[in-house]
Design a protein around this ligand. Structure first.
Ligand SMILES: [Zn+2]
Length: 168
């Protein structure tokens, strides 16, 4: 299957790095850059982003993270996730206040809640990629079938079985 050109664009990569504890992180970022630019321009309200968290956590039966907006610090950090909650960059132009950014971070949150012991410090491993892809599909940001093709293209591992499939 070929990924529709409306979903991807050519990535521009400035520097590369590799983490020992999170070996797939770089590949995931590279993969993400092929599509994120096309869908990340829309800014969403705090209320909308909060409501997405409520909905997703209910579906996945995990406790809800706090949603914290930060305005200072590295402008290139759109968001991050800790055991306290999800942090989104609400600084100049609100670069983190976007559904795809929230979904990346909430995928971290879910994986940590459900598979924390299994994944340890491997934040962008197969479990993460699978949850991330499911959420992107659920929110009609990226179809699941194309997600798998993109993962294969970038050599990104995901979970092939259905053990964590979601039922409404
Ligand atoms: Zn991440």
């Amino acid at each position: 299957m070929k990924i529709p050109s409306t979903l991807v664009r050519t990535p521009k990569i400035k520097k590369t790095w590799k983490s020992n504890t999170d070996p797939q992180a770089q590949k995931v970022y590279l993969m993400e850059r092929t599509f994120i630019g096309n869908i990340v321009e829309t800014r969403h309200s705090h209320e909308y982003l909060s409501s997405v968290i409520v909905h997703i956590c209910r579906r996945w039966k995990v406790k809800r993270p706090k949603l914290i907006f930060f305005t200072k610090g590295n402008a290139h950090v759109y968001g991050y996730c800790t055991e306290k909650g999800i942090y989104l960059n609400a600084g100049k132009e609100r670069p983190g206040c976007s559904l795809p950014i929230l979904i990346h971070e909430i995928a971290h949150w879910i994986v940590d809640q459900l598979y924390g012991e299994e994944v340890g410090l491997e934040h962008h491993g197969a479990r993460f990629v699978t949850v991330y892809g499911k959420l992107m599909n659920d929110y009609k940001l990226f179809p699941a079938s194309c997600w798998k093709v993109l993962c294969d293209e970038y050599g990104v591992e995901y979970v092939h079985d259905n053990t964590d499939s979601i039922t409404e």
